[in-house]
Design a protein around this ligand. Structure first.
Ligand SMILES: [Zn+2]
Ligand SMILES: [Zn+2]
Length: 528
């Protein structure tokens, strides 16, 4: 309606509570970290808008971060009718970037929005910083030094600016939720979807009992039904299956590191299994270590193979979207799908983010294990977050949504939490495991990347660093070992990992971080 255009929709009591609580901190110019924890569709964006408006009323500025450049038009669509903002991101042409930078610095426009690097935007007199989807790994700079995390920079910047910072998510990172539980951060909950819309029903299919394991008969039937009703479906497969995972087709167990409990990665060239955290390595066993079944299986199916299989059944009703596509292609694909020109969309994590396709009533997850078996202590967290996000795509219109997850491990506690939409249950399982295995938030990880022209000299500098670090309780050093990417350009790559309990500042003196061959990444997202 016209009224909604100007002033926005009426807030429910949970939204009102959040706005008044955080609004108070804006008025009093207090630094506070808020976790805005609300189920998908609970109306977080409307809260953000109201908070930014409050800052503007007081003649203060705001920075708003979202995880990916591709989401820019979606946020602008929501913000533009309510307040002016300027976008900052790396793909802007230099002229526009200069213009936006200038506009913010001069205070011509008070709100800067954008992905990761927008946190450095020159907004004077900050009244609030907002980090939407705070759990997203895109906030971490992974490819060049400084390896900053935009969420951590946001917290530090809001401390200097003496303003509140809001971290929003339906599936917070385990670290953030932990900080809220121990009351470092203040938690604000949004327990309901707006308009009482129901969360989709989630079912699992046990792949161990199925003959067809790429697209099971039941998923195929569900797809046929959906198309017969002229509704649409999204098929999700995670492309992060870069290296096959080794799994027993009989008992469903994956081969894991005996020390860390993390799934081992199969390195084809060397024909060994290796743990990417402690670097334990072993030969590929001939039988399952758990049940002695002969003939372990490699998992690893990509979007293209799924597309091919679906086309056999559904012809040209199928469309594929993945990160290799250029942005104009993506826009065309989304338009085609939204106009119901195509009925099945196959995709990677790109299909999980933000998009509103009201005619989608079915979401199929081809292999729920694929993310779970990532060689990373965060794999359970990623799986829960990804499946919850992808499930959130179903049933956003009037008709209810359904989600079908194909998995070898339907009884895994994680899938039970996904089925019941229970983040907190997931969190409690996960935090116990992290404590037991000594992973963050119970320690810090420091990843040291070493590179150089000659293998022996690269390795030598790692050995020197290791020798320098005084042995103290609560400090363990692993490596140096060759990195997963053995060579980048002409350089050989080695990595080392340090686990440290408590303060880690004193370590700085021993890490040779001024040496150009050494780079230090505190709290790495990945060791690949
Ligand atoms: Zn290990
Ligand atoms: Zn087995």
């Amino acid at each position: 309606s016209v009224r909604e255009q100007a002033t926005g929709p009426k807030l429910n009591r949970w939204q009102k509570n959040a706005v008044s609580e955080i609004g108070k901190a804006i008025r009093e110019r207090k630094h506070r970290v808020y976790l805005l924890y609300g189920v998908t569709g609970s109306g977080k964006t409307e809260i953000y808008i109201n908070l930014i408006l409050k800052a503007l009323e007081m003649d203060l500025g705001a920075i708003f971060l979202y995880p990916e450049i591709g989401l820019t038009p979606l946020y602008q669509e929501r913000f533009n009718p309510r307040f002016p903002s300027l976008v900052l991101h790396s793909s802007l042409n230099p002229k526009l970037r200069r213009k936006n930078w200038h506009g913010l610095r001069k205070g011509l426009v008070r709100v800067g929005i954008g992905p990761r690097s927008a946190i450095f935007g020159p907004v004077p007199n900050l009244g609030i910083i907002i980090v939407d989807e705070e759990h997203s790994t895109s906030y971490k700079e992974m490819f060049r030094s400084p390896y900053y995390h935009a969420r951590e920079v946001a917290i530090a910047r809001s401390r200097y600016a003496s303003c509140p910072v809001v971290l929003g998510s339906a599936t917070p990172s385990v670290e953030t939720f932990h900080r809220a539980i121990i009351r470092d951060y203040q938690m604000i909950r949004l327990p309901r979807r707006i308009d009482q819309r129901k969360l989709p029903e989630v079912q699992t299919i046990d792949l161990k009992r199925e003959k067809r394991r790429v697209i099971t008969n039941r998923l195929r039937e569900e797809l046929l039904d959906t198309i017969a009703r002229n509704e649409q479906a999204i098929i999700f497969i995670n492309r992060k299956g870069y290296a096959p995972v080794v799994i027993c087709p009989d008992c469903g167990k994956t081969v894991r590191c005996p020390d860390c409990g993390i799934p081992l990665v199969y390195y084809k060239r060397e024909a060994i299994l290796r743990c990417n955290y402690c670097f334990h390595g072993e030969r590929l066993p001939e039988t399952c270590p758990n049940c002695h079944h002969k003939g372990l299986k490699m998992l690893g199916i990509g979007t293209e193979r799924i597309e091919e299989t679906l086309r056999k059944h559904f012809g040209d009703k199928v469309i594929r979207v993945d990160r290799e596509k250029v942005r104009s292609d993506l826009a065309r694909i989304y338009t085609q799908f939204k106009s119901r020109d195509r009925l099945l969309m196959v995709g990677t994590t790109l299909v999980t983010k933000g998009h509103d396709f009201p005619n989608v009533t079915l979401v199929g997850v081809i292999n729920g294990d694929q993310v779970l078996n990532l060689p990373d202590f965060r794999s359970a967290e990623y799986t829960f977050q990804t499946l919850t996000q992808v499930a959130g795509r179903a049933g956003r219109g009037k008709r209810p949504g359904r989600v079908i997850v194909q998995t070898h491990q339907p009884n895994h506690p994680l899938f039970q939490s996904v089925r019941s939409h229970d983040y907190e249950r997931f969190y409690h399982d996960e935090i116990m495991l992290r404590r037991e295995l000594n992973y963050p938030p119970f320690c810090r990880l420091i990843l040291i990347r070493l590179r150089g022209k000659r293998v022996d000299s690269v390795k030598k500098i790692g050995v020197e660093i290791k020798g320098n670090i005084p042995s103290r309780p609560g400090v363990s050093v692993y490596g140096p070992v060759p990195s997963f990417r053995r060579k980048i350009g002409k350089d050989y790559n080695f990595i080392m990992l340090i686990k440290v309990k408590g303060d880690h500042g004193w370590l700085k003196d021993y890490l040779k971080s001024k040496d150009p061959r050494v780079s230090v990444d505190v709290d790495p997202i990945s060791t690949i």
